[in-house]
Ligand binder design. Structure first.
Ligand code: MG
Length: 203
């Protein structure tokens, strides 16, 4: 089994909504971020990548890359979910805690769970989303931003005949278009044979 933990925080800025767990929630402010700033999905992606020892979301989707400007973070989550399968792991469960003084998160939790379950291809009862305030303490308590913690558990799936990835960079190269390019494992030694960099030239 593997466990992974993730944490993300974003500050509030100009705007009229926040995106959490793929749900657009009306708010008096927006989130300062390169992508859609979905702290729940970013924390969950980091937890998934952490469990697989495949780095972090910043390595897979750098905020310096214009391709991810304003990106829907559900795409990031589907990428991480594809990696779980490609690496031969089986998703067990995820538990998220959203920390936000405002806006109110509770009414949207069910839809967040459904979005996450859909993107990972798992049952909704494998996904839990909790929300809490910071009791008006600190920056989050003053409503200057919002954060999320996530933890996930993976277990062994079909490890045989699955492609494996050496590290985050190779995983990104092979899965950006949702395709798997063979990466061979021989006696626990990872041999990268067919990483075709040119395949991603059109991205
Ligand atoms: Mg983030």
């Amino acid at each position: 089994m593997r466990v992974g933990i993730g944490y993300d925080v974003h500050a509030y800025g100009d705007g009229d909504h926040v995106t959490l767990g793929g749900v657009r929630i009306a708010h008096t402010r927006g989130v300062i971020a390169h992508s859609d700033g979905d702290v729940a999905l970013h924390a969950l992606c980091d937890a998934l990548l952490g469990a697989m020892a495949l780095g972090d979301i910043g390595e897979h989707f750098p905020d310096s890359d214009p391709r991810w400007k304003g990106a829907d973070s559900r795409r990031f989550l589907r990428h991480c979910g594809a990696l779980v399968q490609a690496q031969g792991w089986r998703f067990v469960n995820a538990d998220l805690t959203i920390l936000a003084q405002v806006p109110r998160v509770g009414p949207h939790r069910l839809l967040m769970r459904q979005n996450i379950a859909d993107d990972l291809g798992v049952r909704i009862d494998c996904i839990n989303v909790k929300a809490t305030t910071s009791e008006e303490l600190g920056a989050l308590g003053r409503g200057e931003g919002l954060a999320c913690q996530a933890i996930v558990l993976l277990t062994h799936g079909d490890l045989a005949s699955r492609p494996r990835y050496l590290n985050a960079e190779h995983a990104v190269l092979t899965l950006l278009e949702w395709r798997v390019v063979p990466v061979v494992t021989e006696n626990d030694t990872v041999v990268v044979e067919e990483i075709k960099l040119g395949d991603n030239d059109n991205l």
